[in-house]
Design a protein around this ligand. Structure first.
Ligand SMILES: Cc1ncc(COP(=O)(O)O)c(C=O)c1O
Length: 341
């Protein structure tokens, strides 16, 4: 079975990351982040985002999201997020468990929300009988392969701040977003007013490791305690840090994000030639969501594993590209569709 398009998590580790891990494997150093690799990785984040940040490394994306939210919310508060967001549907209730908060979801056709989706949920502010919205959480690129541009992010941030809410961004694929928008990491986050970012490394080619970056520094003051209390303080931290040093220092997030997006665009162009394939959205980053005739899907599934979801309109299939996807992989997938069309 071929897993090339099942998820960007199905790809291996970028060779440059493997080298960085190997280099960090030399000798002894202090644990829990008191080491030169962590210092260098923090510096690499400062170089991207400026001095006004607090950054903490964690093991995985669910941990980054859950702890980022948990550290800024009180149990009577709530998070507003799109219905299909990872925190809402793919984290097995961890955000609810660790924050004790309600997650309020907004239905969306595109995976994105705007201020008109958020506004109706703010009616309850100041009423003691209702969970109090305190964070808006958006993902960029979204779980549906779409993108928020900087104006849209800024509008959400300004509106949220006007109403006393913070903005969290799930940036599991933030490198893909930066590459697709043609802007720096800072321009698509801190400069728009995002308060806290879950910064993804794994999907972009790291072996493991994500970061929580506070642009609203005060919110991050106690995060070190929160991270340990929340089981995400990695003892051999140097191995996460060395990866981040290389991932940011060599702008690997951008190269790899761009490559995955380019492959996705190529895939899209090929798929468009097949009659009967419908695109749920035009892909804007590294994920394609399509409906295809049942027979074609069955043939493709004989050789390729990919996820499909039942929706009101029928089955939607997700095809993901990664830093490791090659044109030949796409051509091979297309061979099945062409032979069976
Ligand atoms: C949007 C998004 N956020 C976060 C994550 C991170 O999850 P994990 O805990 O598997 O690293 C994922 C992984 O699929 C994701 O797609």
């Amino acid at each position: 079975m071929n897993y090339t398009f099942a998820s960007d998590n199905c790809a291996g580790t970028d060779k440059r990351i493997m080298k960085a891990i190997e280099k960090a494997n030399e000798g002894f150093t202090l644990s829990y982040g008191d080491d030169v690799y962590t210092k260098a990785a923090v510096e690499a984040f400062i170089k991207e985002f400026g001095n006004d940040i607090k950054v903490y490394f964690v093991y995985n994306g669910t941990g980054a999201n859950t702890l980022a939210l948990g550290s800024i919310l009180k149990p009577y508060q709530a998070v507003i997020t799109p219905a299909f967001s990872h925190i809402s549907v793919d984290e097995t209730g961890a955000p609810e468990k660790y924050t004790g908060c309600k997650i309020i979801t907004c239905a969306t056709e595109t995976g994105k929300i705007g201020i008109e989706d958020i506004r109706p949920h703010l009616d309850v502010l100041g009423t003691v009988h209702h969970s109090q919205p305190k964070v808006v959480s958006i993902t960029n690129p979204t779980e549906e392969g779409t993108l928020y541009n900087t104006d849209e992010i800024k509008e959400i941030c300004d509106f949220s701040h006007e109403h006393g809410l913070y903005v969290h961004m799930d940036g599991a694929r933030i490198g893909n977003a930066a590459a697709a928008l043609g802007k720096s990491l800072k321009e698509i986050t801190a400069d728009c007013g995002v308060d806290v970012l879950s910064f993804g490394g794994t999907k972009g080619g790291m072996m493991f490791g994500e970061a929580v970056v506070f642009f609203n520094k005060e919110l991050g003051v106690d995060f070190g305690y929160f991270r340990k209390n929340g089981t995400q303080l990695h003892s051999k931290m140097r191995f996460i840090s060395a990866q981040f040093e290389a991932y940011l220092g060599d702008k690997m997030y951008l190269d790899n994000g761009k490559h995955a997006n380019d492959m996705c665009r190529y895939f899209y162009e090929q798929l468009k030639k097949i009659e009967g394939i419908e695109f749920v959205h035009e892909p804007q980053a590294n994920g394609i969501f399509i409906k295809m005739p049942k027979r074609l899907a069955e043939e493709a599934l004989k050789e390729y594993f990919f996820y499909d979801m039942d929706t009101k309109e029928g089955k939607v299939m997700r095809l993901m590209c990664s830093f490791a996807t090659k044109k030949e992989d796409i051509d091979d997938f297309m061979r099945i569709l062409i032979q069976n069309k």
